[in-house]
Design a protein around this ligand. Structure first.
Ligand code: NDP
Ligand code: 8X3
Length: 260
């Protein structure tokens, strides 16, 4: 397969763990230059150092909370000032928080999810996409979810945020018609990352149970799909890849070998 990643500058939000970190590894290995953003700067430094040593990749790291609109604006200004307009932006930063029924939901959980998954994605898109439009090139990859297609008990607000990512991806595509900017989405099912530990507020046993009895996708599997999306020729816009483990056909149909 032709490598079209070589020489591209790729911004990844939420690059300190899971899918974002796996994308950093895959894209650095493929010759991309990276801008890694997340709140945990110490982790980003370690990841950047490792990828530099392993692949000689050019990596810049930024402490960024996508919920902080002012911080996102200064981040975009800095990229512009340093002539670092991304060729690709992976809107990956996101989380689930809690699994309570809607009628007893926790307001802090709701705010975290809405502020990160919807407003955070909007903040980054609003400040970075204009730089792409002005430069006449760009590709946005939004990380959606199977949870943006089917709701499940307790998923309520998380599901709503991922339905929103799907709507926003379609909206961005339409709004960018007539430009060279492509908009894609990847929609994974269960992926074994820190996602469930975050959802269960650090309860690792509860998190582990989510993946018991079947083989979930790995973060590297999702990174492969994202690589495929980005690597497509400029005239090809892969609008969505819905990717589940073989053992998970939809939210409700999971072939578990245990009885939990
Ligand atoms: P992880 O918890 O492993 O990684 C989440 C990443 O998002 C971390 O790097 C975290 O970095 C970052 N992040 C969270 N909040 C913010 C914030 N406010 N500002 C900047 N970065 C933030 O989970 P995943 O890798 O699984 O999740 C990545 C994406 O994939 C999310 O959008 C999630 O909804 C989606 N997804 C996950 C699935 C799964 O089953 N795991 C399935 C489908 C979709 P830090 O804490 O350092 O800021
Ligand atoms: C994460 C996948 O099914 O846990 O988006 O909601 S799921």
């Amino acid at each position: 397969m032709e490598n079209r990643i070589q020489g591209k500058l790729i911004l990844i939000t939420g690059a300190s763990a899971g899918i974002g970190k796996a994308c950093a590894e895959k894209l650095a290995a493929s010759g991309g230059s990276l801008i890694l953003a997340a709140r945990r700067l110490d982790r980003l430094h370690k990841i950047g150092q490792k990828l530099l040593e392993k692949y000689g990749a050019a990596i810049d790291v930024f402490a960024l909370d996508v919920r902080n609109r002012k911080a996102v604006e200064s981040f975009s200004r800095e990229l512009k000032a340093r002539d670092m307009i991304p060729d690709v932006m992976i809107n990956n930063a996101g989380l689930a928080s809690g699994l309570d029924p809607l009628h007893s939901g926790n307001f802090e959980d709701w705010d975290r999810m809405i502020d990160t998954n919807i407003k955070g994605l909007l903040n980054v898109s609003r400040f970075i996409i204009p730089l792409m439009v002005a430069s006449g090139r760009g590709h946005v990859v939004n990380v959606g979810s199977l949870a943006g297609y089917q709701v499940y008990p307790g998923g309520n607000v998380y599901n709503a945020t991922k339905f929103a990512v799907r709507a926003l991806s379609e909206g961005m595509n339409i709004d960018l018609a007539g430009t060279a900017i492509r908009v894609s989405m990847v929609s994974p099912g269960a992926v074994n990352t820190e996602f469930s530990a975050v959802r269960f507020h650090g309860d690792r046993r509860a998190a582990q149970k989510v993946y018991e009895g079947f083989e979930p996708s790995s973060a590297a599997d999702v990174a492969e799909a994202i690589f495929f999306i980005i690597n497509a020729p400029a005239h090809v816009n892969i609008q969505n890849i819905l990717l589940t483990p073989t053992a998970q056909r939809n939210v409700y149909c999971v072939d578990r070998k245990t009885n939990n």
